[in-house]
Write a protein that binds this ligand. Structure first.
Ligand code: GLN
Length: 295
């Protein structure tokens, strides 16, 4: 009997292997079984999506069958498929991901796109850069004059540097607690900080709860810890009429708007994601000197 439970039969085709993987995952209650299997098969076969589709009737080399079942086993342990394959697409670019960095989410693409659109000739800083997805997307797809990124985690920064190199993105990296080691002033500060309430994390799906880095998720007791600090501390690093663009949790729009108002930001806009949920807050820090004159 072989590891995959089949006995003495000839090779399997890609579509048979896919079907067998899908039914195993479905039986185990995985909802995105077909998507997961597709990613694992693309990874194992080294084929592109079109080739994999066209070659469905082709026989799979034995070593690929074995690797596929090995990876499927990992997926059955609830390891996110992106940590298994080591990659995730973001804004159409491939990013390396590994445990220790948050897996880039599709809703964060909206935040990156907003920065890309406004990046021409600007100095941009990505706070809590993680995998570097926002900074790299802005540097590659936008036209900033200068792009910087910071994170507290050395492990995350290592991945972010690799992603920058992968896309030949010129990014200056800083390591420290929020802005502590950042130098210079910026036209745009963008951040997708940790924003989940500490008490909620244990109830999240195992993929997130058990495998994604807790410091990248945990926004303190009320989820607002980092927004409080960012709204205050970013003021020292924003140029006149500089913009702060933040990703937020679906129920945090009001609270973050109030924090921004209290710190003197203006033109505050809460923006929705494709699901119609509040997902971002944009704000402008008016001329600091003018503000003082008005007092
Ligand atoms: N900026 C990264 C992302 O959006 C990491 C965010 C984080 O670790 N909280 O994926």
């Amino acid at each position: 009997m072989r590891e995959d439970g089949r006995q003495g039969q000839d090779g399997m085709t890609y579509s048979e292997l896919a079907d067998s993987g899908v039914s195993r995952l479905k039986e185990a209650g995985f909802e995105e079984a077909r998507m997961d299997v597709r990613h694992l098969l693309l990874h194992v076969s080294g084929k592109n999506p079109v080739a994999l589709l066209c070659d469905g009737a082709e026989e799979v080399p034995e070593e690929q069958v074995q690797s596929f079942y090995r990876l499927l086993e990992q997926r059955m342990q609830h390891i996110p498929v992106q940590y298994i394959t080591g990659e995730q697409e973001f804004c159409g670019l491939k990013f390396l991901v590994r445990p220790g960095v948050l897996i880039p989410r599709p809703e964060t693409e909206l935040l990156a796109e907003a920065v890309i659109r406004d990046s021409a000739g600007k100095r941009v800083l990505d706070l809590c850069t993680g995998s570097g997805c926002i900074a790299v997307a802005v540097a590659v797809l936008g036209t900033p004059e200068f792009t910087a990124a910071t994170d507290c985690s050395e492990q995350a920064l290592q991945t972010a540097r690799e992603n920058a190199a992968l896309h030949s993105a010129e990014i200056t990296f800083f390591q420290g607690d929020l802005l502590e080691s950042v130098t210079g002033e910026y036209d745009i500060i963008v951040s997708n900080p940790p924003y989940i309430c500490s008490g909620v994390i244990d109830g999240l799906m195992p993929e997130v709860r058990d495998f994604e880095p807790r410091p990248a998720l945990d926004g303190g007791e009320d989820g607002l810890y980092f927004y409080r600090r960012i709204c205050r501390e970013a003021k020292g690093y924003l140029r006149k009429n500089g913009r702060l663009l933040l990703e937020i949790g679906y129920d945090q729009g009001r609270a973050v708007e109030e924090l921004l108002l209290a710190e003197g930001y203006q033109e505050i806009e809460v923006k929705k994601d494709y699901a119609g949920l509040d997902r971002m807050v944009f704000a402008v820090l008016p001329d600091k000197n003018k503000e003082n004159n008005n007092v």
